[in-house]
Design a protein around this ligand. Structure first.
Ligand code: ADP
Length: 430
């Protein structure tokens, strides 16, 4: 029994003990009056404290102002401490929950939690962007009502989550998402969403590249194998034999060029940042001029111009390869009698290496794809000109590694200009 009850019992007993002799010796009614007064005083005492407790319990913030009388004071103290502990516990849980939510928001992967019915319990901001969800309004909605792609609905409903689902984002079709569902606690599901656009693009590029290389090498190999078979099986006249051998030599030279360009590309891609050696531009331009003359064999008018005295800081082999490809293209794609201008200009605004020709030109629709590997405007013409389709890819990579931009301008039938622009901090002798 609590002390409060024992106390109340003793007070009631006390008023009875006092009332009994009074009722017996004085008057019956006087005894009853004493009992009633005793019990009434107790009632008033308890009612006052109860009223205090009632008022206190209505306050939104429980404070330490609750003071009672007698045993009520101890009770109020205990109540206040319980309330305080509970509030501290709730505040701690709130903090922990806020930290968990903040951690969820900080994830670079999207996270969506679904209940047993597939309704959204939570999603972080990354998932909001990826799946076009709004947590504030979409909470409690079935996710399949909001992400309507059939492959997503099929994947979620099939229930086989051993492999992630890869799909294009509904909102931005250039984004590719990988969705992995992990069941947890009583058929709830956690969806982890990764943006795999980059990996998907690299995968596709790798597949395309392998297919392109195989295709490029297959043609000369087929020709070679065909001629070899003919020479082995038939008695071929000497002049015909020589013609076959010349064609075989041309095809193997073509394969050599492809392999050589592939090796150059891969060495540029995997090499560490280019050396910062000083490349003497005067002698480099001179060498390019001689190479152009040799390749043109007098069919073109080749002009060289320089303005400014600066040299370039970078990797000489890479720059020779990049500039050499631009010059070789100008010669190959300019009909006899045309003019080719090779220019180097340097100053405070940076350096510009320019190759301009009056050749066949390129239609504007091809310009954005020109630096892709194996991309050609006219496959037959490129092959006849001894091209591999890798020249401009090499140029782009080498220039990127020197923080330079390639600017291509061209008009079909009029000519093209390829400008490589270097930042001023790559110049030596400013
Ligand atoms: P290729 O070995 O075929 O020349 P490139 O990567 O060097 O490959 O060039 C890609 C394509 O760009 C070429 O096939 C050609 O169609 C076009 N091209 C490059 N340079 C010129 C130019 N100076 N004039 C016209 N077309 C050009």
């Amino acid at each position: 029994m609590s002390s409060q009850l024992i106390r109340a019992f003793f007070l009631a007993l006390l008023s009875v003990i006092v009332a009994l002799p009074v009722g017996w010796f004085v008057a019956y009614w006087a005894g009853w009056t004493i009992v009633c007064i005793g019990l009434g005083l107790q009632l008033i005492f308890h009612f006052r404290n109860f009223a205090r407790l009632d008022r206190w319990s209505h306050k939104p913030v429980v404070d330490a102002s609750l003071e009672g009388e007698g045993a009520w004071d101890g009770l109020f103290g205990r109540l206040y401490r319980h309330e305080k502990d509970l509030r501290a516990q709730i505040a701690r849980r709130d903090d922990e929950l806020a930290m968990l939510i903040a951690a969820g928001q900080a994830l670079t992967d999207g996270v969506v939690l679904l209940d047993q019915l597939g309704q959204i319990i939570y999603c972080n901001t990354t998932a909001e962007t990826q799946l076009d969800l709004v947590m504030a309004t979409d909470r409690g909605q079935p996710v399949v009502n909001l992400v309507r792609q059939p492959e997503f609905i099929g994947y979620l409903e099939a229930g086989d989550y051993s492999r992630p689902l890869t799909m294009r984002s509904d909102r931005r079709s250039d984004r590719v998402l990988s969705i992995h569902v992990v069941p947890y606690a009583d058929n709830r599901r956690l969806m982890q969403i990764k943006d795999v656009t980059q990996t998907d693009r690299l995968d596709r590029m790798r597949r395309d590249f392998v297919a392109n290389v195989s295709h490029e090498l297959r043609t000369p190999l087929t020709v070679l194998a065909g001629f070899l078979e003919t020479l082995q099986e038939f008695d071929v006249a000497p002049d015909e034999r020589k013609r076959y051998l010349d064609m075989m030599a041309a095809q193997s030279k073509r394969m050599q060029s492809i392999v050589q360009d592939l090796l150059t590309l891969s060495s540029i891609e995997s090499a560490p940042p280019p050396e910062n050696e000083v490349v003497d531009m005067a002698s480099l331009i001179d060498k390019l001029h001689r190479d152009a003359d040799a390749l043109s064999a007098g069919r073109h008018n080749i002009v060289v111009e320089t303005a400014g005295q600066c040299d370039l800081r970078g990797s000489e082999p890479e720059l020779v390869s990049a500039f050499g490809n631009l010059v070789a293209n100008a010669v190959r794609y300019t009909p006899a009698g045309g003019t080719i201008r090779i220019a180097w200009k340097s100053g405070l605004e940076g350096g510009e290496f320019l190759v301009q020709d009056t050749g066949i030109g390129i239609d504007a629709k091809h310009l954005p794809r020109l630096t892709e590997r194996f991309y050609r405007v006219d496959r037959g013409r490129s092959r006849d000109a001894g091209g591999t389709g890798l020249g401009l890819a090499i140029v782009k990579h080498s220039l990127n590694r020197h923080q330079a931009q390639l600017d291509i301008k061209s008009t079909p039938g009029v000519g093209s200009s390829f400008a490589a622009r270097f930042p001023a901090n790559r110049l030596v002798g400013l």
